[in-house]
Design a protein around this ligand. Structure first.
Ligand SMILES: Cc1ncc(COP(=O)(O)O)c(C=O)c1O
Length: 386
């Protein structure tokens, strides 16, 4: 609904509900139809309504791409079958031998894709502490083509100053890719801070209900967008129309879900800080948290992921992870229900023995939208077992 000029004045919540989502011109349906057709009739050879074949383009996907691009404040958006499929599309931009600098705290699957798939293909990679921009500048290698960062990171929730990293990378001709999965565009818009490409696992907050796997890219640069679209079609890791519909539906409530999830996360942090069983609480709002300054500068709020370590080590962490009743012990994050996990043995097991290995006593919480008091009580009883 509305052209780009009109949309420029709209707030986030209005864009989430209306961008790319005009009532259906045929029926007036206010919900974007799930278009299953794999092919589209042409009036004459090459004369069509913008769609030819469903891998190349699909109306439900186009609505999602328009809406998500608007939410990221981006000119271009591309949807994928998973977050990793979106990441793979980006990494295919690299010329032979191009080096990737990866933040030293990142999703284990991103590490696995870069180290285990792109490494053997001839792309060297380096793990870097991206909170230390002086060291990034000093250790820069001439073959570096891409800096890949998460902020907040998974699972330590470190926050990276996107403007500072982008300034160094751009001076040296490298692309900056920001995985915005943990923050979502509601809390943080990396393109406004100098990122070239924003990556999402739409499986998390964007979908928001633990019922769809998806990925997304957002960017401004026309030439890069053409190359990414070419690969999206040529390699074909596109999402199903039903999955696009689910993500689009999730986006409509993203802002209200995030507000509640951030508030519940704060209640959990209040419990954890000062709890005798807890060693360190990792949450970007805490003034002693690495990157608190970056988070305060570039985020609207501090997010709904909370990590902490326990004095009792790995055994205590396993007991707490297994001891909650409302928090479900499960991988993934970002949905309406609260989840608890042990990154060392679960989401980040693939990073064991690498520079991205995580502490064994670490617990990660994805805080949902249940009643905050119930979540606090559940965690409190589980911590008695630490
Ligand atoms: C920060 C982050 N980026 C990317 C991914 C990969 O996304 P997907 O599982 O949708 O492929 C994940 C998955 O957990 C993630 O946490």
């Amino acid at each position: 609904m509305g052209d780009q000029e009109q949309q420029a004045g709209w707030g986030f919540e209005t864009l989430a509900i209306h961008a790319g989502q005009d009532p259906d011109p045929v029926s007036g349906a206010v919900v974007v139809p799930i278009t299953l057709s794999t092919t589209f009739a042409q009036d004459g050879v090459g004369a069509h309504k913008g769609f030819e074949y469903a891998r190349s383009g699909n109306p439900t996907r186009a609505a999602l791409e328009t809406c998500m691009a608007a939410l990221e404040g981006a000119r271009h958006g591309l949807a994928f079958a998973s977050g990793l499929a979106a990441e793979d599309n980006v990494l295919r931009l690299l010329a032979p031998g191009g080096r990737i600098v990866l933040g030293n705290d990142a999703y284990g699957g991103t590490y696995r894709l870069i180290a285990k798939l792109y490494g053997p293909l001839g792309h060297p990679w380096t793990a870097a502490d991206l909170t230390d921009v002086d060291s990034l500048r000093d250790s820069w290698q001439d073959d570096t083509a891409m800096v890949w960062l998460e902020t907040p990171t998974n699972p330590l929730l470190t926050c990276i100053d996107i403007d500072a990293v982008a300034a160094i990378a751009h001076e040296r001709g490298a692309l900056v890719v920001v995985d915005n999965t943990f923050a979502t565009p509601y809390l943080q818009q990396p393109l406004a801070h100098g990122a070239d490409i924003v990556v999402h696992s739409a499986t998390k907050y964007l979908g928001g209900h633990s019922d769809v796997v998806g990925g997304f890219l957002a960017l401004d640069d026309e030439e890069l967008a053409d190359r990414l679209r070419f690969t999206q079609n040529a390699a074909g890791a596109v999402p199903a129309p039903f999955d696009c519909y689910l993500v689009l539906r999730g986006l409509k409530t993203l802002a209200v879900r995030m507000d509640r999830q951030c508030a519940n996360a704060r209640a959990i942090v209040d419990l954890l800080v000062g709890h005798p069983a807890v060693d360190r609480v990792l949450y970007p709002q805490l003034p002693d948290h690495p990157g608190h300054g970056a988070a305060a500068k570039q985020m609207r709020d501090f997010g709904a992921m909370v990590s902490f370590t326990l004095h009792g080590g790995e055994e205590a962490a396993m007991r707490v992870a297994a001891g909650t009743e409302l928090f479900t012990l499960a991988e993934s994050l970002g949905a309406v229900e609260s989840l608890i996990e042990h990154p060392g043995r679960m989401t980040h097991a693939s990073a064991a023995g690498s520079p991205l290995e995580v502490p064994p006593s670490l617990i990660r919480l994805s805080v949902g939208i249940e009643s905050g008091a119930d979540l606090v009580a559940d965690l409190e009883q589980a911590l008695e077992q630490a």
